[in-house]
Design a protein around this ligand. Structure first.
Ligand code: F7E
Length: 323
């Protein structure tokens, strides 16, 4: 039985990836913070129904020793490094902790694998935020990076570390440059979930307005389950490589809100209020990915489109509120 180790197993992608790998017959191990183990109701809600099937180990991206110990104990065949401080806005408020945790965490786990499980295939959750002030549209693997946030900078460093462990130490290490990917399990701080829950609450009479920042920002939004499939495929290839994963379609935040409210029979203009305090000090204005390499080599393509995604998220939030 193949063993897999997932950092960030309690997040959106970790939860979906665990299910996918359990279904494929893997023994799934995850690293979680001690506080999460002590407060499963709040911190492990996304993996609640598979808690009996996965093995959790306490560890922190800030501690080399803790990651080293888990890698040594599990000796995984595959490792998906998804754990990070991933909210771009927070990274402006506390750039030191984002940069320290994200860069060191990646470095520690790569080094542990090199020393203890050098045959382990490694996946790094790289990000479209690395493109930042974009140099071309659409963005592909060869597009130069120009990150616009401490988070983006930390991901560029993680990308380079991963590539360097591949080139310098011969690890099977891949970067998945994933564009925004959403689902009903997305955290409430991200704009898509904020909108889907906001529209659902207003529809149910639980709220009166929704405050948003930059409505003109454009993102290439896909469905997280499709993107976890791409992560898995990267590690099943004969050679390690880097891939852009995206839908190739771009929409504004305004369009997301418009569709979400329309889906519940409301006009977004009556409820959405623009709030300048939610604007970012430096914005990534437009992201649109070209995933043709992933399509050609991995045989990957997204199954859920923008409209399908918005409707799914709003429907799930309406259901949750009913309960
Ligand atoms: O913002 C604008 C905001 O926070 C999207 C992470 O998973 O994807 C995600 O990063 C856009 C931005 O995601 C609000 O200014 C307007 O332009 O949902 P978001 P993100 O920053 O694109 C990448 C690929 C990652 O790697 C990240 O980890 O929406 N926006 N009004 C707002 N954003 C938020 N959060 N809240 C608002 O009220």
């Amino acid at each position: 039985m193949k063993k897999v180790l997932i950092t960030g197993i309690t997040g959106q992608d970790g939860a979906y990836l665990s299910r996918l790998l359990l279904d494929k017959g893997y023994e799934v191990h995850g690293i979680v913070r001690r506080v999460a183990l002590e407060d499963p109701e709040h911190r492990l809600w996304r993996i609640k129904d598979i808690l009996g099937k996965v093995k959790l180990h306490s560890g922190s991206l800030e501690s080399y020793a803790s990651l080293f110990d888990v890698v040594a104990k599990v000796n995984p065949d595959e490792c998906y490094h998804l754990g990070a401080q991933s909210f771009v806005s927070y990274s402006f408020e506390d750039e030191f902790s984002t940069i320290n945790t994200n860069i060191n965490g990646t470095h520690y786990i790569l080094s542990s694998i090199k020393n203890k499980s050098p045959k382990c295939k490694f996946y790094f959750a790289a990000s479209s935020e690395q493109f930042g002030q974009v140099k071309e549209v659409p963005q592909k693997e060869t597009t130069p990076f120009h990150p616009r946030s401490p988070y983006g900078i930390s991901k560029v460093a993680g990308f380079d570390l991963t590539r360097n462990y591949r080139e310098g130490y011969g690890l099977f290490a891949c970067n998945g440059i994933l564009f925004n990917h959403e689902s009903p399990m997305r955290g409430y701080e991200f704009v898509t979930r904020k909108i889907s829950m906001g529209a659902a609450k207003i529809k149910r009479g639980l709220s009166k307005e929704l405050r948003l920042g930059n409505l003109e920002a454009k993102r290439d939004w896909g469905f997280a389950v499709d993107y976890c499939e791409a992560m898995y495929l990267m590690l099943q290839q004969d050679e390690p490589d880097d891939y852009v994963i995206a839908t190739g379609e771009t929409h504004t935040v305004k369009e997301f809100a418009e569709l979400a409210f329309k889906h519940v029979g409301l006009d977004w203009k009556d409820y959405v209020k623009k709030d300048e305090s939610l604007f970012r000090p430096a914005e990534v204005h437009e992201l649109k990915g070209d995933a043709s390499k992933a399509k050609k080599i991995l045989g990957w393509q997204p199954k859920v489109n923008f409209e399908g995604l918005v409707r799914m998220m709003v429907d799930e939030d309406l259901k949750r509120l009913k309960k």
